[in-house]
Design a protein around this ligand. Structure first.
Ligand code: ADP
Ligand code: MG
Ligand code: ZN
Length: 476
């Protein structure tokens, strides 16, 4: 039998605030264990949480960017469970009254786009991290630097139909948060991760099957692999006449399989109730308007504009917008009035290559300098290969491109008289080849071009060399 997969994702995004959600502790990553803590995030008795307003701003921004309805009043809730990385014994989250509901995003699919509905977006605090020392469970330590770091959870409707779509959806959310500047989108560090819910049903059916939930996926590739595996596994269970049991599973990336972590019977009963230590969050229309006005052009909009208004190929538009920093650099060069496709070629080519080869995060070269180098090529002041040398040097040092051209003697000879002199001398020294050309062996032209370039150490303007050579050879 043919089956259709039904997938819904719960995505956690760490918000890029300087301080935690309910206290003033730093959110900095990679610190010594437990240095970013205070009585509030350590869960000491008698302390009171104070909400970080920026967390609300950011979540609101995400809600608007994903077409959600913003709740005029929303509340925090306590999600009770015991685990050593959660010092209070409960997590402050949102439950019945989240800040954003009923939104959607569009994901690219083969030959078009699909809408994936968003059920809700809410704010919550992260838990700490357990560090298991010595094999065999000799000891477990706890690092609470992450306890209280702000998270935004984005829950989708079960609208996703394949692992590829799940990946595209995750990528779309990453693009949005990264362009909004509210999350760094770093999946390896866990700043963006998801739980994937998946079931299968006979193709054509409208009744969803029983789902399993795969916890904590932190890479696009693993997400797709885990879902592929789970579709396969669930299909085999049903084909063998078995039943899918609702359970939480973990993906083992080394083995490429999912395994049961806990069943429905062991599922937590969180006993949610409204958080008594925090007042409801009221958001007035002015607040919504103010945040709405801060939303920048998003990646999907940029791609459309680059293709439609700048006439760039779709491929270029996708590469240039892969990271907001690259798109910004591209647009800053463009602002100097140079041709978009030329800028694109330099940014996708030399710029990207050098960043990678030199292992650098940012280049010394300024947008203005890139524009200047493009103009030098346009004006035939330097050859393309000369321009690449200049580019690399400016990229590494930030030095003035004109000075580099002078120092390295890269200026292209575009003086017709000088080129003509060289050509005359070369033709006189090679009468045999001249004869051959005049007898119809036109490929000898290449030989002459080579000779002129050699004589000028590659600096002669190739267009002029060709023009003048042909004229002279034809005896004009
Ligand atoms: P819970 O509260 O147990 O996490 P939710 O109803 O909030 O459950 O759903 C969690 C996620 O599971 C959502 O993203 C939703 O789209 C998805 N989901 C719900 N039912 C199914 C199903 N039958 N198959 C696949 N995914 C589902
Ligand atoms: Mg869930
Ligand atoms: Zn703290």
């Amino acid at each position: 039998m043919e089956y259709t997969a039904v997938i819904g994702l719960e995505v956690h995004a760490q918000l890029q605030t300087d301080s935690k959600i309910f206290c003033g502790c730093s959110t900095r990553f990679g610190q010594e264990p437990n240095v970013n803590t205070c009585p509030v995030c350590l869960g000491m008795p008698g302390v009171l949480p104070v909400l970080n307003k920026r967390v609300v701003d950011y979540t609101l921004m995400m809600g608007l960017a994903t077409h959600c309805r913003i709740a005029a009043e929303s509340v925090f809730a306590r999600k009770n469970y015991f685990y050593p990385d959660l010092p209070k014994g409960y997590q402050i989250s949102q439950y019945e009254r989240p800040i954003c509901e009923e939104g959607w995003v569009e994901i690219p699919v083969q030959g078009g786009a699909r809408k994936i509905r968003i059920t809700r977006i809410h704010m919550e605090e992260d838990a700490g991290k357990l560090v298991h020392e010595g094999g065999g469970g000799a000891a477990s330590l706890v690092d609470l630097n992450r306890a209280g770091v702000p998270l935004m959870e984005i829950v989708s409707e079960p609208d996703i139909r394949s692992p590829e779509e799940a990946r595209a959806y995750m990528q779309t959310l990453r693009d949005i948060v990264v362009y909004l500047g509210i999350c760094d989108g770093n999946m390896e560090e866990g700043s963006l991760r998801c739980d994937a819910n998946i079931s299968i049903m006979p193709a054509g059916s409208e009744t969803f099957g029983t789902r399993t939930e795969i916890k904590n996926m932190n890479s696009f590739r693993y997400l797709a692999q885990a879902l592929e595996y789970e579709i396969q596994r669930q299909t085999e269970v049903l084909e063998d006449g078995g039943r899918i049991i609702q359970e939480t599973r973990l993906f083992d990336s080394a083995k490429g399989v999912t395994a049961s972590m806990r069943g429905k019977e062991e599922a937590h009963d969180y006993r949610y109730f409204p958080e008594p230590d925090l007042v409801p969050i009221r958001i007035d229309p002015e607040w919504v308007d103010r945040i709405g006005a801060e939303i920048p052009e998003l990646r999907s909009e940029k791609i459309a504009r680059y293709v439609q208004d700048l006439g760039l190929p779709e491929y270029d538009a996708e590469v240039l917008t892969g990271e907001p920093g690259t798109a910004r650099f591209f647009e800053d060069i463009l602002a100097h009035g140079v041709e978009p496709k030329k800028v694109s070629n330099w940014v996708m080519g030399e710029y990207t290559r050098l960043l990678k080869d030199k292992g650098m995060e940012t280049a010394r070269i300024s947008p203005e300098q890139v524009a200047g180098i493009i103009r030098m090529v346009d004006a035939s002041t330097v050859s393309v290969s000369g321009a690449k040398q200049v580019f690399e040097e400016v990229f590494l040092t930030g030095k003035d491109p004109d000075a580099i051209v002078r120092e390295k003697g890269l200026a292209q000879v575009s003086d017709e008289g000088a080129i003509e002199e060289e050509i005359k001398a070369i033709l006189e020294a090679n009468p045999q080849q001249v004869e051959q050309y005049r007898d119809g062996q036109e490929k000898v032209l290449g030989y002459f071009v080579g000779q002129v370039m050699k004589a000028t150490r590659g600096r002669a303007n190739p267009r002029l060399v060709n023009e003048i050579l042909i004229k002279k050879l034809k005896g004009e």
